[in-house]
Ligand binder design. Structure first.
Ligand SMILES: *Cc1c(COP(=O)(O)O)cnc(C)c1O
Length: 840
């Protein structure tokens, strides 16, 4: 095909004023949707953006040109939607999140724009296998885990449902670290995701915001009115990078705007000119550090000054951006609640509350009470945890140094709030202390969750059980004080990425059975219930699962050199490593099975062949989590190499679990491990991805597991473990893990084997801290749930022996999990919190 060089006509270089040129007023229409059109656009991009000919282009050139081409197709709609969002003046959502765990963009954007087939053919016409280009994309890992992935699912649903909205966040230069293993231990490598170019982003340095820090506040007289103002000590420029967020097949393209920190040039040039180059660079580095790295923490507080800088930096930039660019110049700010709701994704963006107050009162001259009434309608807060140690607190000392005016505002909010509490409940000092936004111990600090609760129009938990515990256990005084403020919105996941893209075989089978339409109306999956009784459909469904396993096997072979054995049950636990999630319970199960074989008490031939797959990153400073990773790898090395096992148990731990790996592992899974201690997992979303892929869950009554089990039915779910009230009762009674160790022979054998050094070359010290933690501390009651877990796993084995019945259960899991679409979550947010109807 002679397509080497087919540039389109260049736009005439013209000095005419932009608005009078005919091309300038014509709407952007986008390239034609044909293979030839796509090829032309692709070659143009290769030539004019990458500056190479097809024959001399590198794979990365081709990937970038392909990405640019997809962008070109979306561009007309994006520009149109931005124009309309300004023009229609409808109420919209500003989703404020410190994390967006996006995953790869190419396939998602091809799917949304209906370009998958055209692009595949176009690449083939150029002699390129599009799969080779897919592999080159580096996923932007701008999040730690579930919370960041939720934000990514939500912006996808918002676009698909045509809700006016913008996602705001941080453009970290280094996202979540890349995990490698050396001798089984986690080593963190920097995630330099921008190195080979980032074709999906549009920088807008001209729209930068200036963000202040430090300095002091002063009072002044404004024509008889006493006012305060903030005089920052230094400033940083926030440069927005825009990303397209295309809706699925609806022509809608929303925006994700991520902020990058750049040094304000004025002052370092002065230093530079004075000859102190090192100091000039230091100042620049200091400023630009703000968006340098994602904090690799997952639900633990991180009292780092830089983190507070990051939080303020992105929310201040976002609020100013919204006020400047989305409202007309004559807009009456008294009506702000009619135009925007700022959704706070956990406490990370809560410093936005005093920032909006500061803007309204100090900059716009509004009266405090009026500003506060507006602010309380413009924010809503999503809580993501139940772990008390994960509730963010900022020391008054740090906050006062970094954001002195904001601290004053927080104090005043607190004073007025506590006065109202006194009015209602009298001088109940205990209650006052418990409800104060300012904590006195262990140091004077600001409780960000309390601030968000006081300021938010609504506060929501992320699963029914979580919302209930939030009201009853975490914030009971607030629930009493603010009737109706607390609500629930159960999390969801986008069926576009996690079914259509990750599981194309299943997607085709569903469409074959139910017709199209389910991708945006996931409750239609109910229609599959009837097919569960059809042997022919079951056979096809089982073949899809088998094909997904073969695909995973190929991925793990190329990626990690692993060989996945045929005919094994795939038993999968993938999620961040945290003690409350109880990867240790899974390890004890594996060690129990292995010990049975190794001791000769159980014949290998009698063991159900299973491949255990783990995926988990540990926060770099979380020592116990890293030890557990080491133990999993150590157990894997021994079990996989022991000939007595006869290959019937296999433990695989591919490093660097991320969205791309999740998309391959989850569709292949038979069994989904959701085994947190009841009352600790807020919701989980991995559990939903598995159920929608037809994996059966073995799980506790925790988070959204509760709702999954209610929907799929007890026959199609392996429940075990204590309930949350039982957990509480055991704590109250006095939990002694060693009692469980003494009483259960299987448990004793498993723990003793680990303690013996069997997985550490005879060295008993390596895993001693894990063993003693289990025996003498065991905060997450692993030992108390062990027996129940082992019994449930025996039920799993028995159920798996009847493959046809298992497949039927698997189909029913898919059929009954439509509720877990993030489209449903967004509908609930609209109905219960936002009141932002779609704008079609
Ligand atoms: C869905 C997802 C998570 C969240 O998993 P949970 O099991 O809910 O903790 C974390 N990381 C990645 C990459 C995911 O895709």
């Amino acid at each position: 095909m002679p397509l080497e060089h087919t540039p389109t006509t260049a736009a005439p270089a013209s000095a005419a004023p932009v608005a009078t040129h005919p091309l300038a007023v014509a709407p952007v229409t986008g390239p034609p949707s044909s293979v030839d059109g796509f090829v032309r656009e692709f070659l143009n991009n290769l030539n004019y953006e990458q500056g190479v000919a097809l024959s001399s282009s590198s794979p990365n050139d081709r990937y970038l040109a392909l990405a640019y081409t997809v962008r070109d197709y979306l561009m007309a709609r994006w520009l149109e939607d931005q124009r309309r969002q300004r023009e229609v003046q409808a109420k919209g959502v500003c989703y404020l999140s410190a994390e967006y765990l996006l995953g790869r963009q190419l396939d998602n954007n091809l799917l949304a724009a209906r370009l998958t087939d055209i692009a595949t053919e176009a690449m083939a016409a150029c002699g390129i296998d599009i799969d080779d280009l897919r592999q080159l994309e580096v996923e932007p890992g701008l999040g730690n885990g579930g919370l960041g992935r939720l934000a990514a699912c939500f912006i996808d649903s918002l676009a698909t449902m045509s809700v006016p909205s913008t996602g705001y966040g941080l453009r970290y230069e280094y996202g979540i670290f890349r995990q490698t293993f050396v001798d089984g231990e986690q080593i963190e490598q920097p995630d330099a995701w921008l190195t080979l170019g980032s074709p999906w982003e549009f920088p807008h340095p001209e729209a930068a915001q200036t963000i202040g820090f430090g300095g002091y506040t002063e009072k002044y007289d404004d024509e008889g009115v006493a006012r305060s103002r903030w005089v920052p000590g230094w400033t940083v420029q926030a440069v927005p990078y825009n990303y397209m967020v295309p809706g699925y097949h609806n022509g809608r393209v929303n925006t994700l705007r991520l902020w990058s920190a750049v040094a304000s040039s004025a002052f370092d040039l002065r230093i530079f000119n004075a000859g102190d180059y090192a100091e000039a660079v230091r100042a620049q580095t200091f400023a630009e550090n703000i968006s340098k790295v994602l904090y690799p923490e997952d639900s633990t507080p991180q009292g780092k000054e830089l983190r507070l800088q990051q939080q303020y930096f992105f929310v201040a930039a976002s609020i100013h951006d919204f006020l400047e660019h989305s409202l007309s110049p004559d807009f009456d700010l008294a009506n702000l609640p009619d135009r925007v709701i700022f959704q706070l994704n956990d406490t990370h963006p809560v410093i936005a509350v005093p920032e909006l107050m500061r803007v309204l009162v100090d900059e716009k001259g509004m009266k405090w009470d009026a500003a506060w009434a507006i602010t309380q309608q413009c924010f809503a807060y999503t809580c993501h945890t139940l772990l008390p140690e994960a509730l963010e607190m900022w020391s008054v000392d740090l906050l006062g140094r970094l954001l002195p005016r904001h601290l004053e505002i927080i104090y005043r909010i607190n004073d007025e709030f506590l006065a109202a509490v006194r009015e209602r409940f009298g001088d109940d000092e205990m209650r006052i202390r418990n409800m104060s936004i300012i904590a006195d111990f262990p140091e004077r600090s600001v409780r960000m969750a309390f601030l968000a609760t006081v300021a938010g129009a609504k506060v929501n938990g992320v699963a029914e059980l979580h919302s209930q515990l939030l009201r009853e256990k975490v914030l009971p005084d607030f629930d009493e004080f603010y009737p109706g403020k607390f609500t629930n919105v159960t999390n969801g996941v986008t069926p576009r990425r996690f079914v259509r893209l990750a599981n194309p075989g299943l997607a085709s089978l569903i469409t074959e059975a139910l017709g199209a339409g389910w991708t945006v109306d996931l409750e239609r999956l109910r229609g599959l219930e009837a097919f569960a009784e059809d042997p022919e459909f079951r056979a096809k469904f089982a073949e899809v699962k088998a094909a997904n396993k073969r695909r995973l096997s190929d991925v793990l072979r190329t990626r990690d050199g692993f060989e996945v054995s045929d005919g094994h049950m795939l038993d999968v636990m993938v999620k961040r490593l945290h003690e409350y999630k109880r990867q240790m319970l899974k390890v004890l199960h594996i060690v129990t099975l292995y010990e049975g074989i190794a001791s000769g008490r159980v014949a290998a031939a009698d063991v159900q062949p299973r491949t255990f797959i783990f995926g988990a990153k540990a926060a770099p400073g979380y020592v116990m989590a890293k030890r557990i990773i080491h133990l999993i790898n150590a157990v894997g090395s021994v079990v996989n190499a022991d000939p007595r096992v006869e290959g019937r148990l296999q433990v695989l731990f591919p490093p660097n679990y991320n969205v791309t790996l999740a998309e391959r592992v989850i569709p292949a899974a038979d069994l989904s491990e959701q085994i947190s201690l009841a009352g600790k997992e807020a919701s989980g979303t991995g559990n939903m991805k598995f159920a929608l892929s037809g994996a059966l869950t073995i799980g506790t009554d925790d988070g959204a597991n509760v709702e999954i089990r209610q929907l799929v039915g007890d026959d199609n779910f392996f429940l075990f473990g204590m309930t949350e009230p039982e957990v509480e009762a055991l704590w109250a009674k006095g939990y002694k893990p060693s009692d469980f160790y003494q009483a259960d022979e299987g448990l004793r054998r498993a723990i003793d084997l680990i303690a013996s050094g069997a997985f550490s070359g005879g060295d008993r010290s390596t895993f001693e801290p894990i063993v003693s933690n289990l025996l003498y501390d065991d905060r997450f009651m692993v030992l108390a749930d062990y027996a129940s877990y082992i019994a449930a796993q025996a039920r799993v084995d028995a159920a798996y022996a009847d493959q046809d019945a298992w497949t039927r259960s698997s189909i029913l899991n898919v059929a009954r999990s439509g509720f877990f679409s993030s489209d449903r979550s967004i509908r609930d947010y609209i109905d219960r919190i936002w009141h932002t109807p779609p704008v079609l």
